[in-house]
Design a protein around this ligand. Structure first.
Ligand code: DO4
Ligand code: MG
Length: 284
């Protein structure tokens, strides 16, 4: 089952439940926020009940999909795929040892990525910094986690990054990772999938420039080195998330070193089991 946040014309943003792939049930007369569902503890049975009710419904292509984020903080984990570790070690002599060590260390690399209100949604624009020379998207499976540290769903995240700034000095990581339009999430949250099921999913990314693909890459969620529980457990150590959290789980797709995003590039991230997140690049 898939959930989303959507809007019709200039109306208010509602919580939607996708049925039959292309139809959206408007749950707003019973459900005000996604968090209400995620905190209830009875998510699956609640959705099964809601699905049978006569709610207003819309064709998916008639609505505007918003990022499925309300008040959740957005965090990210890094160097969870071997491909990511190798890319970071090549990008910087200065930081190579740090990335090598964190890949094998018990404690993962966790970093704050975005305030919820700064997240951009499907078909919105993602940013490349105007002071960066080497910018890439990072296509990542994202966990949707409730305040009790339970993974309640999965969505798609784009951890936009400035690799030259990150590579210059590890202490510049927040500038490489957190800037205007650097985090895209959505459009759907898949609920009810287990970790073994999610590990069968493929992640694919296509970057298109003036209508032609300039990069295509793919990986599998199963390449994530750490267990899902381990990642969530570290995120919640000595930390509280009263509104829940979203955790981007690292990238396993890295374009070649001579590739940098340009304005107007189109980034499409597809995760089987979730859907596709598409954004156009702007300079910020
Ligand atoms: O410190 C580097 C960040 C790594 C990252 O974002 C990733 O592996 O996805
Ligand atoms: Mg990343």
């Amino acid at each position: 089952m898939k959930l989303c946040r959507f809007q019709i014309a200039s109306g208010r943003i509602s919580v939607g439940l996708v049925v039959d792939e292309a139809i959206l049930l408007d749950l707003s007369c019973e459900i005000e926020t996604l968090a209400d569902l995620f905190e209830s503890g009875e998510l699956q049975s609640q959705l099964a009940t809601l699905e049978k009710k006569r709610f207003p419904h819309y064709a998916l292509h008639d609505v505007r999909l918003h990022a499925p984020v309300e008040r959740q903080e957005i965090w990210a984990v890094g160097v969870t795929y071997l491909r990511s570790k190798n890319a970071r070690m090549e990008e910087s002599d200065f930081s190579a040892t740090a990335y090598d060590k964190v890949y094998d260390a018990a404690r993962p690399e966790l970093f704050f990525k975005s305030l919820p209100e700064k997240v951009v949604g499907h078909q919105d624009s993602v940013g490349i910094r105007s002071d960066a020379k080497w910018s890439v998207p990072e296509p990542e499976l994202a966990f949707v986690i409730n305040s009790h540290a339970q993974i309640v769903g999965f969505t798609i995240g784009n951890d936009m990054s400035s690799r030259d700034i990150e590579g210059e000095n590890l202490l510049y990581l927040p500038q490489a990772k957190i800037y205007e339009r650097s985090c895209a999430i959505g459009p759907f949250i898949t609920v009810g999938a287990t970790e073994p099921e999610a590990r069968t999913w493929e992640i694919k990314m296509t970057i298109t420039r003036t209508g032609k693909p300039v990069f295509q890459g793919e990986t599998s969620v199963n390449q994530i080195k750490r267990s899902f529980g381990e990642l969530v457990e570290y995120l919640f150590r000595s930390q509280v998330f009263p509104h829940g959290a979203i955790l981007l789980t690292g990238t396993g797709i890295v374009p070649p070193d001579d590739f940098s995003l340009r304005e107007q590039d189109h980034v499409r991230i597809y995760i089987s089991g979730v859907g596709a997140l598409e954004n156009v690049v702007v300079k910020v």
